[in-house]
Design a protein around this ligand. Structure first.
Ligand code: SAM
Length: 329
């Protein structure tokens, strides 16, 4: 465990997505013949809610719904309402924003606190090429506006930066989201899963991004909101907002990782780069009681010694890993 507390639980509510981002679910792997999980394999809303209660008793204070694209799971707002009823949990969601305009109000009414929207470029051509389903950027921007208008705020906007693909969009994104009240965060491109053909050369280090933006829009560092926060925060010196950088590759943060991940079919992973998960669906469906399941959570968390990003190198890239769309990003 390395003294790391369990605070965050990320739940993948579907392994399907309506985008085919080239670095995450490339079309040649996730094509029309790809075998996504059948409905019966998915955890039901009741099962997810029961696990959420059990995890809360083990210290979890924040739940992030993710996927795949979580807004593709039918009636997701019902799950949000069930989780909100537990009480005392910070409820958030990560989405590509495609369906956000339609869903923002229902999610807010159900009790969702905030959203994070993934957006890799403002230029429509670059964005359409990256999502690889020709989805227009304007619709994601509308989704962000709708979320902010409903009070799912502050909206965080996550941009994965890949060398030679969208690094030239960094400044345009910074200029666009300054003064918006939204928090733009730049994420280093990671070697998750097996399908994205990752190379260290494709990573644009956070330090370079801070330098690039700071030359035009001076930046000052600010402290973390809480221990274990993944983003390093910077604010514009002129008071026009803040950005964050998530340096998962160049400055790993395994040392204070407080996150567990529950896959779409109920396997628990203590690391994004884990090779195997622990089957909680089998426990749920096999009749285990809450206390017994809670005991498994505690034991697994105690035993964990994973620190993949600390030891990442060209040699670890080939190790077996699970796909991010399944484990939950
Ligand atoms: N579909 C939702 C979305 O687009 O936000 C949620 C799932 S998605 C897997 C979560 C986040 O992971 C997105 O921001 C995506 O850009 C990021 N992501 C996917 N593959 C990545 C990689 N190889 N390196 C860094 N971030 C990645």
């Amino acid at each position: 465990m390395r003294g790391r507390p369990l605070r965050d639980l990320r739940i993948s509510v579907t392994d399907r997505c309506n985008f085919r981002c080239v670095y995450c679910m490339p079309k040649d792997v996730f094509g029309s013949d790809y075998a996504f999980l059948p409905q019966t394999e998915l955890l039901s809303f009741e099962e997810i809610t029961r696990l959420a209660r059990i995890f809360k008793a083990q210290g979890v204070a924040k739940i992030r719904l993710t996927g795949g694209e979580p807004l593709l799971r039918r009636h997701l707002e019902r799950l949000v309402a069930m989780l909100a009823e537990i009480g005392g949990l910070d409820l958030t969601l990560t989405t590509n924003g495609a369906l956000l305009k339609k869903k923002a109000r229902d999610l807010k009414l159900a009790g969702l606190n905030r959203v994070t929207v993934s957006l890799d470029a403002l230029d429509d051509d670059v964005f359409r090429a990256m999502n690889d389903v020709d989805f227009p950027v304007a619709r994601v921007l509308e989704g962000i506006d709708a979320a902010a208008a409903e009070g799912l705020a502050p909206v965080k906007v996550n941009m994965v930066v890949k060398r030679g693909v969208n690094e030239h969009e960094v400044l345009a994104m910074a200029r666009h989201f300054r003064r918006s009240g939204h928090i733009l965060r730049f994420i280093e491109y990671m070697d998750v899963g097996h399908s994205n053909g990752w190379r260290m050369d494709d990573v644009v280090p956070s330090a370079e991004i801070v330098r690039m933006i700071g030359q035009e829009l001076p930046l000052l560092p600010i402290g973390a909101n809480y221990p274990g926060e993944v983003a390093q925060r910077w604010r514009y010196a002129d008071g026009s907002g803040e950005i964050g950088v998530i340096s998962s590759v160049t400055q790993s943060f395994c040392g204070d990782c407080s996150r567990a991940r529950l896959s779409t079919d109920g396997k628990l992973y203590t690391c994004l780069f884990a090779t195997r998960g622990h089957d909680f669906r089998a426990l749920l469906r096999g009749g285990a009681g809450d206390e017994e399941i809670g005991g498994h959570v505690a034991a697994l968390w105690q035993q964990r010694d994973d620190r993949y990003s600390d030891i990442r190198s060209e040699n670890t890239v080939g190790l077996p890993k699970v796909e991010m769309s399944y484990i939950g990003g």
